[in-house]
Design a protein around this ligand. Structure first.
Ligand code: IPM
Ligand code: MN
Length: 373
């Protein structure tokens, strides 16, 4: 029997509960499809950080690189200052493993209610391909406090004077700046992924979402590269849209979208919106993908600390992330069977968690989906 070794990071809050639900479902499909999964747990998150003071060591990163796939629950804990675990573990992993694609399907499943009036599953079925290693996520910037002097300032002295009425050398005021970086290769590889995904999923159009009308440097380069890559895929239609307008159209006309490709920060924002129109954070999965290395699949929701240990969180986002993981391993049938069972349980409408109007427990939902497989 073929065996797949998968690293698991249950993480914080409801992470371990939804991961355990996901494992139940993936174990049942592995049995049905005659393969084996060897789960290897990694204790990363608030507990280990508070115990050891370490977030993510070089050795762990090196070890994780030996896997094809990682299954991640969630990170974030009220005992640790916001951002420390999320940035120190989640973002660090995305960067260290060069997972340059963040793939987030926005698909309304049968049996789930969208808050959008008059929209049904046929209207909400697209992919957001979010760039995952560049843009405003690179952590480049600075913050100056009152009265300090900064010689290494990147802003032009004249511009600074004109725009803020301040002398950069004496800098009497407090200010902060953050820089986004877009590279040709960083854009090319993720845009190329979006086009080949369109082919694979039989989609006819790729939309570039940016803000090239104002942030002309970074997104000007992004658009040039989009233009160039699109020429390789003459069968696929292309479209440019500005992120503010897209925020309106996701709500008004979600049926317009097939594959959306967008830089990191806008991708972060519009995929929360996407999750809402597909029925909520409880059902929205995502994959951090390095096509030539280690990919990591996770529900896009956070660790929801207030629900921790209550067996209450909807595990469907995590289960669907598991289906994406299977597809990434080339186990297409297994992946489809998981999705089909999720759809079946949802359309029957009896077993569902509180967020979908039911009273079922996390573990009940998992067992029911596993049973269908
Ligand atoms: C997400 C999250 C993360 C991000 C945070 C937790 C760092 O919001 O996966 O969308 O901004 O990418
Ligand atoms: Mn986010």
């Amino acid at each position: 029997m073929p065996t797949y070794k998968i690293a698991v990071i249950p993480g914080d809050g409801v992470g371990p509960e939804v991961i355990s639900a996901g494992k139940t479902v993936l174990d049942s499909v592995s049995e049905a499809e005659s393969f084996e999964i060897d789960w290897v747990d990694y204790d990363l998150g608030a507990d280990s950080y508070l115990k050891t003071g370490e977030l993510l060591s070089e050795e762990v990163i090196k070890e994780l690189k030996s896997y094809k796939a990682i299954y991640l629950g969630a990170l974030g804990d009220p005992r640790v200052k916001p951002g420390i675990l999320e940035v120190g573990i989640l973002l660090n992993l995305r960067f260290a493993l060069d997972q340059y694609v963040n793939l987030r399907p926005v698909k309304l499943l049968d049996g789930i209610v969208t808050p959008l009036k008059d929209k049904s599953p046929k209207d909400i079925d697209f992919f957001v391909v979010r760039e995952n290693t560049e843009d405003f996520y690179i952590g480049l910037g600075g913050r100056m406090s009152k009265g300090t002097k900064r010689e290494d300032h990147v802003l032009k002295k004249e511009l600074y004077q004109a725009r803020f009425g301040l002398d950069i050398e004496t800098n009497a005021e407090e200010l902060a700046y953050q820089i986004g970086v877009v590279t040709r290769e960083g854009s090319r590889r993720v845009i190329d992924f979006a086009f080949s995904l369109a082919n694979k999923k039989k989609k006819e159009k790729v939309t570039s979402v940016d803000k090239a009308n104002v942030l002309t440097n970074v997104y000007g380069l992004w658009r040039d590269v989009f233009e160039e890559v699109s020429r390789k895929y003459s069968n696929i239609k292309t479209e440019y849209a500005l992120v503010d307008a897209v925020s309106m159209w996701f709500v008004k006309n979600p049926e317009w979208f097939e594959v959306v490709v967008t830089p990191n920060l806008f991708g972060d924002i519009i995929t929360d919106l996407g999750a809402m129109i597909q029925g909520g954070m409880g059902v929205a999965p995502g994959g951090n993908i390095n096509p030539d290395g280690t990919s990591m699949f996770e529900p896009i929701h956070g660790s929801a600390p207030k629900y921790k240990g209550q067996d209450r969180m909807n595990p469907i986002a995590c289960i669907l992330a598991g289906a994406m993981l299977l597809e990434d391993l080339g186990l297409d049938n297994a992946s489809k069977r998981v999705e089909a069972s999720v759809s079946q349980v949802l359309s029957e409408g009896k077993i569902r968690t509180y967020d979908l109007g039911g009273t079922s427990k996390t573990s009940e939902v998992a067992l029911e989906i596993a049973k269908r497989i």
